[in-house]
Structure formats: structure tokens, C-alpha cells
Design a protein around this ligand. Structure first.
Ligand code: FE
Ligand code: FE
Length: 195
């Protein structure tokens, strides 16, 4: 047998044995491992949202554009609702409400605070940086809620899927609003600022 044919045969055998292992598990066993991962990820985004409720006021205070300030204020209100929604999901799943440090969100917030430190107060340039930082946060949330909502669907948790889907839509809207603020005013204003 040629080397490549041997390799293919080996791979096929491996795949088949993996498939039989999965088949020998009951659906419940598979679901419980997946549920565990799901709940772990919920703890992560719960920490992240709570962390954001502390960071958004700082970002609002540091922004100059009225539109951007308003966007941060209204997203802070939404974020508090996001926290409550996750608590509701924990309860629906019969789990205790628990947060687990999200290193990604800790880093993204640190980055936002770094931008405030590195830019001048009252400038459009700082606003550009704040929008970038905020959009990175929104994209992280979109990825998380998108995956979790899909997973809830797989686990046949329709109520949970709908709750997470509502938050997902709000994160997407916020991301779009930030893009509009950047494109329609802040980015252009910043082009005339000196270093
Ligand atoms: Fe959120
Ligand atoms: Fe958000």
C-alpha cells in the first residue's frame, strides 16, 4: 500500500472509532457535557457584562461628542438589563447565579482605559479611540451571544435562546450606532487635530 493510502486508511479507522464512541453515549450524557460548557460560558459573559457596567460610565465621562456620550448612557442601561437577563437564564436552567472572570473582557476594558490615558481630553481623536474600544467590546459580545443562542437552540432550550437572542440584537444595534457616529462626525473631526 502506498504511504498516502495507508494514511487515509488510518484516518478513516480513527474517524469510525470516534463515531462509535459518540454513538455508545446516551443523548443525555452528550447533552450534559455540552450543558456544562454552556453554563460555564454563561458565567463568563455574566462577569463580562457586570464589568462593563463599571467601565461604561468612565467611557461616557471621557467622551466629548454628545452623540457618543448618549450612546454610552443608553448602552449602560441596556447592559444592566443584559445582566438581569443572564440571571433569568441561570434560574431557568435551575443553576445558581455565578460569575467567572472573563479575561477577554478584562483586557478589552483595560484597553479602553489605556486609550483614555493616551489621548487628550476634549478631542475627537479620543472619541475615535473610544469608539474603536467600544466596538471591540460589542464584537466580543456579539460572538458570545451568537454562539450561546445557537447552542441553546441545539440544546432545545427555546426560552433561553429567545432571551439571549434579544440581547444579541441589542449588541448588534449598538455596534451599528457606533459605526454611524464614527462615520458621520467623529472620524472626520479628528482629521484636523494636531498630534
Ligand atoms: Fe451586553
Ligand atoms: Fe454591549
Amino acid at each position: 500500500m502506498a504511504k498516502s493510502a495507508k494514511k487515509t486508511a488510518k484516518k478513516t479507522a480513527k474517524k469510525a472509532s470516534r463515531r462509535s464512541t459518540v454513538a455508545s453515549k446516551t443523548k443525555e450524557q452528550i447533552t450534559s457535557a455540552l450543558t456544562e460548557l454552556f453554563i460555564d460560558e454563561l458565567k463568563d459573559i455574566y462577569w463580562a457584562e457586570k464589568h462593563l457596567t463599571k467601565a461604561l460610565p468612565k467611557m461616557e465621562k471621557s467622551a466629548t461628542s454628545e452623540e457618543l456620550k448618549n450612546a454610552f448612557v443608553s448602552h449602560l442601561k441596556q447592559t444592566s438589563v443584559h445582566v438581569t437577563r443572564i440571571e433569568k437564564v441561570f434560574k431557568l436552567l435551575g443553576q445558581k447565579v455565578q460569575a467567572k472572570k472573563c479575561d477577554a473582557m478584562a483586557g478589552l476594558v483595560e484597553e479602553a482605559l489605556g486609550i483614555i490615558e493616551d489621548t487628550e481630553k476634549g478631542t475627537a481623536t479620543r472619541d475615535v479611540g473610544l469608539i474603536m474600544a467600544a466596538q471591540k467590546v460589542e464584537h466580543y459580545e456579539i460572538a458570545t451571544y451568537g454562539s450561546l443562542a445557537q447552542l441553546a437552540k441545539t440544546l432545545e432550550l427555546d426560552d433561553v435562546k429567545n432571551i439571549l437572542g434579544t440581547t444579541l440584537d441589542e449588541e448588534k444595534q449598538t455596534d451599528e450606532l457606533l459605526t454611524t457616529i464614527a462615520e458621520e462626525s467623529v472620524n472626520y473631526e479628528a482629521t484636523s487635530e494636531e498630534a
